[in-house]
Design a binder for this molecule. Structure first.
Ligand code: ADP
Ligand code: MG
Length: 404
């Protein structure tokens, strides 16, 4: 058996509030002494349906929050001390809210950075003792970092969600990742984890920060995430190179047209000018971003009219553009898309997230999910030597408190 439709049952059941309370009580005497004080918060991972590498170019993205998520069970304390156990490894780490200090180069940075960013935004925080439990694969392009930040924000903030709009909390968590952890990501991941809507994708305009839910054809289709079995490599350095190339192209155009502040302001008709101003690499990066924004708008149209065939063509074009122009598609991602696209009933397939490994997203007719699984089982491992994982996922609400 090389794939599973869901995370292993033991992982899923470990996220149940009762199980999390028990796990916390086992490692934290305060929780054992006062089980009634235990709170549980959650924050989902995300898939991006289309609009890749557009967020930091102030363009359009269409993510959905998914039911693979991070939960934190905790007891609030008044000692300004944060201590957490990572349920996956049993590793314990912590910090003082009044002396957070610099990043350490470890997972606790995502929590400490969130505490720092909350305080910097004037949001009151509290100490806690807690345990993190996750069903979300890490470093796989499903945004476990953003989910950890949002779950941390909900646990650390005195008021529910910090008493601010979810998109504001997302921006605070993005700041944690940018300025404290040191990853120069756009807003999409934190936005999706904060503002997800059950059953829908959410369109975000990264320039105006306007967003709205977009209905998905889930009566007839299922979202299927397929993990290549390879964690992302070279991501941070390559990501930064891509980002710099996009910024350089926009800056080159701005010398003759000051209205251009980012690639969002560039239309397809302006692309030939970029070709004259910058090198071939920066031109192709720009062409991806400019055409990808158009594909997001066209995907919204296709979803509104129920044109599933057009959706398939748009996702295929997005994947090809990410492979040929943006050059972030690994051979494994390409193999998964090729295998999936050949399965009748797979309506659309493309890589999702930053690329260089990680996952694909597929829109699959409900009756064809098992055929897709069979095809991946039969062909992917033989071709790559890697173990894939297949997750049928639901679109869920953004981060919050878990009742019960
Ligand atoms: P992605 O966001 O695509 O999953 P990143 O490299 O941005 O990948 O973030 C992954 C990092 O987030 C991990 O290396 C770890 O530091 C942190 N992280 C994610 N999930 C957990 C968890 N359950 N417990 C502790 N740290 C986690
Ligand atoms: Mg991340």
């Amino acid at each position: 058996m090389t794939t599973s439709t869901r995370p292993a049952a033991i992982e899923r059941s470990a996220l149940a509030p009762g199980a999390m309370r028990g796990a916390l009580a086992a490692v934290e005497p305060r929780a054992a002494a006062d089980p009634g004080a235990i709170r549980v918060v959650r924050a989902p991972g995300r898939v991006n349906l289309i609009g890749e590498h557009t967020d930091y170019n102030l363009g359009l993205v269409l993510p959905a929050a998914i039911d693979l998520e991070i939960r934190i069970a905790f007891v609030p304390t008044d000692d300004r001390r944060v201590e957490l156990v990572s349920g996956g490894t049993g590793e314990r780490a912590g910090f003082d809210l009044d002396a957070i200090g610099p990043r350490r180069g470890a997972w606790i940075d995502y929590v400490a950075g969130t505490a720092w960013a909350l305080a910097d935004a004037g949001i009151a925080t509290r100490g806690l003792r807690g345990i993190i439990v996750s069903s979300l694969p890490t470093a796989s392009g499903l945004s476990s970092s953003a989910a950890l930040e949002l779950a941390s924000a909900w646990a650390l903030a005195d008021e529910p969600g910090g008493g601010v709009a979810p998109i504001e909390l997302a921006r605070t968590c993005q700041r944690a990742e940018n300025a404290y952890v040191g990853v120069n990501c756009g807003l999409m991941d934190q936005f999706a984890s904060a503002c997800g809507v059950a059953g829908d994708a959410v369109l975000l305009d990264c320039r105006s920060l306007e967003f709205r839910p977009i209905a998905l054809p889930l009566a007839t289709h299922t979202l299927v995430v397929i993990h290549t079995g390879s964690t992302r490599s070279l991501t941070t350095s390559q990501y930064n190179v891509r980002r710099a190339q996009c910024e350089a192209a926009a800056a080159a155009l701005a010398t003759s047209d000051p209205a251009i502040q980012s690639l969002r302001d560039v239309t397809p008709a302006m692309l030939p000018r970029i070709r004259d101003l910058v090198g071939d690499d920066a031109f192709r990066r720009s062409r991806h971003v400019v055409t990808e924004n158009e594909r997001v708008a066209d995907t919204i149209e296709a979803l509104a009219t129920g044109d599933i065939a057009a959706l398939g063509r748009l996702w295929a074009a997005s994947h090809a553009s990410l492979r040929d122009d943006f050059e972030v598609v690994s051979p494994e991602l390409d193999a998964l898309v090729e295998i999936a696209s050949a399965v009748p009933g797979v309506a659309a397939s493309r890589m999702t997230g930053a690329g260089f490994g990680g996952c694909t997203i597929n829109l699959v007719e409900r009756g064809a999910v098992s055929d897709l699984r069979t095809a991946v089982d039969a062909r992917y491992r033989a071709r790559t030597g890697l173990q894939p994982r297949v997750y049928a996922v639901d679109a869920v609400d953004g981060a919050g408190i878990v009742a019960g």
